[in-house]
Ligand binder design. Structure first.
Ligand code: HEM
Ligand code: SF4
Ligand code: SF4
Length: 529
């Protein structure tokens, strides 16, 4: 059922992402930077909040006037800071909701990713509590409405014994004790928020928590411009003897108050708790059907740590040797954290298809999609390529990935394909192998769009391995001009097919031409959206 919802949404998202890729470039594309932008907005909010707090009078009598002072008298700094504080927190809601939606649509919340998703749920609560508690402090009519409604909402739970709302909020006064409590909440809840944000990425290897500088600067400039054009202002001062007649609600944090007015505490609590429980359970609704986790063959492992360095999910630890081989360490896989991407297999120095004695056995492998099977598929493809294609184009072996553009559809005379769980599973020696058998004239390496790798680092590590920046390298004897890297999302399938055909005919030209282009030109990564 969820798959039916996800599929059209994914197509839409990938099309929109392609438009943004063209406008911003893949690395500055804000849609790919939603998590890092949420972190950045938190810092903008924190810094502007500290400035606002310096000017803020933490008493019932002085709060409103001090906010008015910064908005009107010191508009050029205090006012901008107040607006920045408001707009960055609003933007955080937008960015967080989009980030959550994107992870859902791309099916990046189940299996090894359950932890980040689950911690995301209290993060939502803390973000809302931080934002709502901020509205109390202005002590204008909106603050009055939000404070009273919040307390009534809490009172509905009956956990405080006596009703908080009536105890602290009398018709003509608000106790200073209560106001101090509000200030205290608005300072400490964001600290909890930061704590959950930290836990959220704790299990993510090399998490990106800072957006590219240009994107951060652009976001800040936009927020400052918005603050100048449309500064945040207060309502009339709070007056507990008067019920506010009309209010401008903040549509990012406060729409629930309308629901509270319409439905009352019971329904709203039911909704909030129900939605949270549903969200928290989503990684298991249904659980991702998982193949067997990566497995280490200890007698082959020399403890070189390459798999440990390349695993994008922190599923490998290096531990003291448990056998008698003369190495210090061995790789150990945490089966729960393992995403079955196979990137460790591609990293391992033992993973070479040139092994001849017996079957292909490597030091770390996916039991349900073993490297020996990848070699069998490659050989089958090479056998299919052995004869000259009728259309005169050259023969190409395509190695692709299950999450990028479907390579199965490319198979035809002159093109053989192998699809892997992630292109990062492919040891570069397979390219050498495919070309050295004499059946393929060229090799295409394809996987998710640059910057959008489903398995996080598969595309990046592949690029670095091919460029000689990361082990295992591609041997220097391999003619680089016979390799094309084409990064393509599922929605780029038609373009990928076109590029593969272009490459086939380009290879024919290469054979006729006695001055082939420099190898780097052929290896330059290309995105085919
Ligand atoms: C203030 C709120 C949030 C911030 C700052 C934030 C930030 C981040 C960051 C920086 C990453 C790591 C990206 C990477 O390097 O691969 C991440 C991953 C993730 N986030 Fe969030 N996030 C927030 C809220 C949420 C929420 C509410 C959910 C869902 C309930 C969520 C779901 C996920 C998932 C599933 C991943 C894992 C993606 C992966 O492993 O590839 N996040 N988040
Ligand atoms: S398959 Fe290998 S690289 Fe991928 S998550 Fe599992 S241990 Fe890590
Ligand atoms: S890359 Fe291979 S040899 Fe090196 S530690 Fe990992 S499993 Fe062992």
């Amino acid at each position: 059922m969820l798959k039916t919802i996800r599929h059209p949404l994914r197509t839409l998202l990938l099309h929109v992402e392609a438009v943004f890729d063209r406008a911003f470039g893949p690395h500055w594309n804000p849609i790919r930077q939603l998590g890092t932008l949420a972190f950045f907005l938190f810092w903008v909010c924190a810094v502007s909040g500290i400035y606002v707090f310096i000017l803020f009078e933490t008493t019932v009598a002085g709060a409103f006037a001090s906010v008015e002072y910064m908005t009107r008298e010191q508009w050029y700094l205090g006012g901008i800071m107040r607006s920045l504080h408001r707009y960055s927190s609003d933007a955080m809601v937008v960015v967080m909701v989009l980030h959550m939606g994107r992870e859902f649509v791309l099916d990046r919340y189940r299996g090894a990713r359950w932890f980040s998703w689950l911690i995301g749920v209290p993060t939502i609560w803390f973000l809302y509590m931080s934002g709502i508690s901020g509205y109390w402090l202005v002590w204008d009519q909106l603050a009055q409405y939000v404070a009273i409604a919040s307390m009534e909402w809490l009172d509905w739970l009956g956990i405080f014994g006596e009703p908080v709302a009536t105890n602290f909020l009398t018709p003509d006064s608000l106790s200073d004790r209560f106001f101090s409590l509000l200030v205290f909440i608005h300072i400490f809840v964001p600290l909890f928020l930061l704590f959950t944000m930290w836990i959220h990425v704790l299990r993510v290897t090399q998490p990106k928590i800072n957006p590219p500088r240009g994107l951060a600067a652009g976001t800040l400039v936009m927020l400052v411009a918005l603050s100048l054009v449309w500064p945040a202002v207060s309502h009339e001062p709070a007056d507990l003897a008067v019920v506010p007649a009309s209010l401008n609600l903040d549509w990012f944090y406060l729409p629930f108050y309308l629901l509270f007015d319409a439905w009352g505490g019971r329904t709203l609590w039911g909704l909030a708790v129900g939605v949270s429980v549903l969200l928290a359970a989503m990684p298991w609704l249904p659980p991702l059907r998982r193949s067997k986790a990566a497995r280490v063959a200890l007698d082959k492992c020399n403890g070189c740590r390459r798999c440990f360095a390349d695993c994008p999910f922190g599923a490998i630890t290096m531990e003291a040797r448990s056998d008698s081989l003369p190495f210090e360490q061995e790789a150990v896989v945490d089966t729960d954290a393992c995403a079955r991407c196979g990137i460790c297999v591609g990293a391992c120095p033992v993973s070479t298809p040139f092994q001849r004695a017996g079957g292909l056995v490597t030091a770390i492998d996916l039991p349900d999609f073993a490297l020996g099977h990848v070699r069998d598929l490659t050989e089958r493809g090479l056998r299919a390529l052995a004869s000259e294609p009728a259309d005169g184009g050259r023969r190409v072996m395509v190695f692709g990935c299950d999450h990028g553009a479907r390579v199965g559809d490319l198979e035809q005379s002159g093109v053989a394909v192998v699809s892997l769980p992630c292109i990062g599973m492919l040891p570069p020696s397979f390219i050498d192998y495919a070309l050295s058998r004499g059946a393929a004239d060229g090799v295409v390496i394809t996987g998710c769009r640059d910057g959008g790798c489903y398995q996080r680092f598969g595309v990046r590590w592949t690029q670095e391995r091919l460029e000689g920046m990361r082990d295992p390298y591609l041997r220097s004897r391999v003619p680089r001009q016979r390799i094309r890297t084409l990064w393509a999302a599922p929605t780029d399938a038609a373009k990928l097919e076109e590029e593969v055909q272009t490459f086939r005919f380009w290879l024919r030209g290469l054979e006729d031409d006695h001055s082939p282009p420099p190898p780097e030109a052929a290896l330059a990564p290309e995105s085919v959206e």
